[in-house]
Design a protein around this ligand. Structure first.
Ligand code: B1M
Length: 232
């Protein structure tokens, strides 16, 4: 990634789409929230759909950040700034993604598991689910089993969604599912799980109804599973 100090006066609106997106990768990398907000607005103003801006500019930019984080080139404070910049863009996209006006087709309680504070992926799933017509109750990060149980009791959703981004926290999903089994309420809910270190096999092994590779899959799985349940 390039150092952008020379670009302080750069007028983002003069860049063609491909260069603007490249610049947004750099701005995300450098944690520049205002620039990400501006870039997001410019792309929308040029007719890009909210989901295209999300996928091609923000999510791809965050993937690049993740690679350098893994390789020890970026550290936690820098990644936090990148996450904050990404959230700036997501705040603009959120109402647009949720704008379908569709009738509510189901309810989901979603949260990141205990010990885990990653929330960007979960927030994206929440946004896409809202956009698809679901009512979303987002219980945030670092949720112990009690928090999930409380939310299920209070909101009586169709779906419980759990997110985990760490290999050390993903086993906690099984703790939650096992507790639902113990309490005899497992079958009252569709359980969907997601997060970068998970896979299909893990989802099956812990007894989830669906492993969701990304937010799009989460929406499709939720729709299909709700339809199945209502038909049966
Ligand atoms: Co963290 N971190 N992090 N981190 N972090 C990862 C996950 C890591 C892979 C980086 C790396 O080494 N390459 C690595 C995990 C390694 C492992 O466990 N194997 C890691 C580590 C090690 C850590 C710390 C331990 C670092 C440290 O302190 N030494 C620490 C842990 C803190 C904790 O949670 N206790 C830590 C901290 C952080 C920050 C706070 C700095 C920040 C989080 C900020 C925030 O979320 N507010 C952060 C970030 C940003 C990342 C990376 C760079 C990006 C994650 C992200 O937001 N991706 C990440 C590297 C990576 O994943 N490439 C990394 C974008 C997001 C859109 O994708 O979350 O996968 P994702 O969500 C997708 C799908 O997975 C799916 O849909 C989403 C949208 O398409 N999905 C679901 C997710 N949840 C779902 C739930 C569903 C359905 C689908 O329910 C139905």
């Amino acid at each position: 990634m390039t150092d952008e100090y020379d670009d302080e006066d750069l007028d983002l609106s003069t860049l063609p789409d491909d260069e603007l997106v490249e610049q947004m990768f750099d701005d995300l990398y450098n944690g520049l929230r205002d620039e990400i907000v501006e870039g997001t607005n410019i792309l929308l103003g040029r007719g890009w759909s909210a989901s295209r801006v999300l996928d091609e500019a923000l999510v791809e930019g965050m993937r690049i950040v993740g690679v350098d984080f893994r390789d020890g080139i970026l550290f936690v404070p820098e990644v936090l700034m990148a996450a904050n910049a990404m959230k700036g863009g997501m705040e603009i996209l959120r109402p647009l993604l949720a704008e379908t006006g569709a009738q509510r087709i189901g309810k989901i309680v979603i949260g990141t598991v205990k010990g885990d504070i990653h929330d960007i992926g979960k927030n994206l799933v929440s946004m896409m689910m809202e956009g698809a017509g679901f009512e979303v109750i987002d219980i945030g990060i670092n949720n112990p089993v009690e928090a999930y149980l409380e939310a299920l009791e209070e909101h009586k959703p169709d779906i419980l969604g759990m997110s985990a981004l760490l290999t050390t926290t993903m086993p906690y999903m099984k703790v939650v599912i096992d507790t639902l089994i113990e309490k005899g309420i497992r079958d009252d809910y569709i359980v969907m799980v997601g997060g970068a270190p998970l896979n299909e096999e893990f989802g099956k092994a812990i007894g989830a109804d669906a492993y969701c590779r990304d937010a799009g899959v989460a929406v499709e799985s939720a729709k299909a599973l709700i339809q199945q349940r209502r038909a049966g």
